[in-house]
Write a protein that binds this ligand. Structure first.
Ligand code: DGT
Ligand code: CA
Ligand code: CA
Ligand code: ZN
Length: 580
């Protein structure tokens, strides 16, 4: 728990007390303490360890004991109890900017309003305007803030945020006042969706950078502005924070604001165990005098002083990577350049936009050795799935292209074959045996019980001609939940049958989720990073798949499409031979 956490909890306590009608002096005492804690410029652990918390203005004995409990024990029963006494809807109301504790209490007392929905209603039916201090302007403000709050609540796909994020970073990096710039937060950790963008800048002229930032055409509205931090809403609804720090703090701030919050907590604990405090400003000996630790200019140097090997941002989600880094056992993560081809691509033969040759040319431009074509099978009529005749025709054309040697890239003849409701495949084995490989996927009848769906998939996995399972849970990020399926059982069945699970790299799929990969790969599951491309442009989705593969601790050896063509061919052939 750092000073920001402590300050926020003190603020909350002040709000709760005020709602309960506590005496205003007591409420203000907590508010003042919160402000003082925000203002301290050394680690709060140091102040406590050296018994100097009492010197911080506005922190009396009672509040000091509470802060000490929070920092040393990580929790405060007094706070937990208060939180339980407050109606949960009120906590939500307090999140609405422009509604301070005072106003929340006022509307609660007058109309028992205790949810955002009730408040909107009271605004719209005129009830609220009968209250003192709630003029038309205030009410308009409240309604707009509620709307904003809903918009901010929305996350965005990492892939969709990428363009905005990189464009802004590029522009910032060109300012002569900017010495360093990075995008921290979940974006840097390559999380599949981001809540906001966290720009971090090293500069001696924060005011200039803030002014410049707030005037950018991509900025729709400046939400909050302080001397070194602004929060804005970008066009398209994504929120962005900009923080400006002195250059010597940059590496510490980058580490801190990259998070994740959990990771930060574990890292701080590690620092404490080694006798240091670590925060966004620096690293200092815990009990020593003012003896300063040498300033680390890079994250690498900070990790080194924590006796850890460098942990890439993608792995900063929990404590597991810290354990591995301590033992020097971090994985050598797969990189985009490791890919030599891919397997799940559609063409105009089903619902793709480009022809076979256009797809081959695009793959060649990416310097790939092979490209697997996997168009839809006949049951996916909504996706113009192919019947036997069209499939055989495509196989022939693929062979012709390969024989013509027009392209350096080798085309593999595959299929995305529907898994029917009973787990059988859309084509009989006599047809499937003519293919280099088969991806089997569920495209309809999502609403089955977990037991049924699991059995359906396992039946497909046990089909000798299945090479890999496509988009294994069917989720669409921010749009559709995964269907019910027992993933650990599916993973085990794939390992037992020598089958691959794809990492579908379509930015709204990223399925199977990275959270399952580390453990699954350790148990022996093979992966294939597949863009599910429906056009030449969409081949680049592989890079979104690489992000998730890295978050899943995957190395080259776990991923079929890092293998050279000869090895891929023998892998697929061997799999097919097992079918006899
Ligand atoms: P997001 O934006 O929801 O996708 O996720 P993040 O991880 O980008 O979260 P964000 O933007 O709230 O904060 C960026 C990082 O800053 C976060 O990963 C860790 C650090 N951080 C932010 N707020 C706190 C806090 O209250 N306590 C601690 N310990 N760290 C924080
Ligand atoms: Ca963020
Ligand atoms: Ca943020
Ligand atoms: Zn599909």
């Amino acid at each position: 728990m750092d000073k920001h956490d402590v300050a926020r909890i003190l603020e909350d306590i002040a709000l709760f007390l005020s709602i309960q009608g506590e005496n205003p002096f007591k409420v203000r005492a907590y508010q003042n303490a919160a402000r003082s804690i925000e203002d301290i410029d050394e680690a709060i652990e140091t102040l406590i360890a050296e018994n100097r918390l009492k010197d911080v203005p506005g922190v009396g004995d009672k509040i000091r004991w509470k802060i000490e409990a929070l920092v040393l024990k990580g929790s405060l029963p007094f706070y937990e109890k208060l939180k339980k006494e407050v109606p949960p809807g009120l906590l939500e109301l307090m999140d609405v900017p422009s509604l301070g504790a005072k106003k929340v209490k006022q509307i609660y007392d007058a109309f028992e309003i205790q949810s955002v929905e009730q408040l909107v209603e009271a605004c719209e039916n005129g009830q609220l305007s009968t209250l003192k201090g709630f003029g038309p302007k205030t009410i308009e403000n409240i309604l707009r803030n509620i709307e904003n709050l809903k918009a901010y609540g929305k996350r965005m796909l990492w892939w969709d945020a990428k363009k905005l994020a990189y464009a802004m970073r590029e522009k910032l990096s060109k300012l002569k006042q900017v010495k360093k710039v990075e995008i921290a937060g979940s974006f840097r950790r390559k999380l599949e969706t981001v809540g906001d963008l966290d720009f971090l800048v090293a500069s001696n002229d924060p005011e200039f950078v803030m002014n410049w930032f707030s005037k950018q055409p991509s900025v729709e509205k400046v939400q909050a502005r302080g001397p070194t931090k602004s929060s804005v809403r970008l066009k398209g609804g994504l929120q962005a924070d900009l923080r400006v720090v002195p250059e010597e703090e940059f590496a510490y701030a980058l580490l801190y604001f990259t998070g994740s919050k959990d990771f930060d907590i574990f890292l701080r604990q590690r620092a404490n165990q080694l006798g240091f405090t670590l925060n966004e400003y620096g690293m200092q000996p815990l009990l020593g005098k003012r003896k300063k630790n040498p300033v680390c200019k890079t994250e690498e140097a900070i990790f080194q002083s924590l006796k850890l090997s460098y942990i890439p941002p993608e792995l900063r989600e929990g404590a597991a990577s810290i354990d591995a880094a301590e033992k020097g056992k971090l994985p050598k993560l797969v990189e985009e350049q490791d890919l030599r081809g891919t397997f799940h691509c559609h063409t105009a033969d089903s619902d793709g936009h480009n022809t076979l040759t256009e797809m081959a040319a695009a793959a060649e431009e990416l310097k790939w050795e092979y490209l697997g074509i996997a168009d839809h099978s006949k049951s996916s009529y909504q996706a113009n799935g192919m019947d036997e005749k069209r499939l055989f025709n495509q196989i022939d054309r693929i062979k012709e292209i390969n024989q013509s040697r027009k392209f350096k890239v080798y085309l593999l003849a595959g299929l995305e074959c529907d898994i029917l409701n009973d787990g059988t495949l859309d084509f009989p084995n006599e047809v499937l045996k003519h293919l280099d490989y088969v991806i089997t996927s569920v495209h309809r009848s999502f609403k089955m019980s977990e037991k049924e769906m699991t059995a359906r998939l396992i039946k497909a996995i046990e089909n000798p001609f299945t090479t890999m399972i496509g988009h294994v849970t069917g989720r669409l990020l921010l749009r559709r939940d995964p269907y019910l399926v027992n993933l650990p059982k599916i993973i085990d069945a794939c390992i037992a049958n020598g089958k691959i699970i794809e990492l579908n790299a379509y930015p709204s799929r990223l399925d199977m989720d990275w959270r399952f990969w580390h453990h699954a790969a350790e148990k022996g599951l093979m992966c294939s990073i597949n863009p599910d491309a429906h056009s030449t442009d969409e081949l680049q989705y592989c890079s979104a798949g690489i992000n998730c593969a890295r978050k899943g601790w995957l190395e080259k050896k776990h991923i079929l499409n890092t293998f050279p063509l000869a090895k891929v061919k023998s892998y697929l052939l061997e799999n097919k031979q097992n079918t006899h």
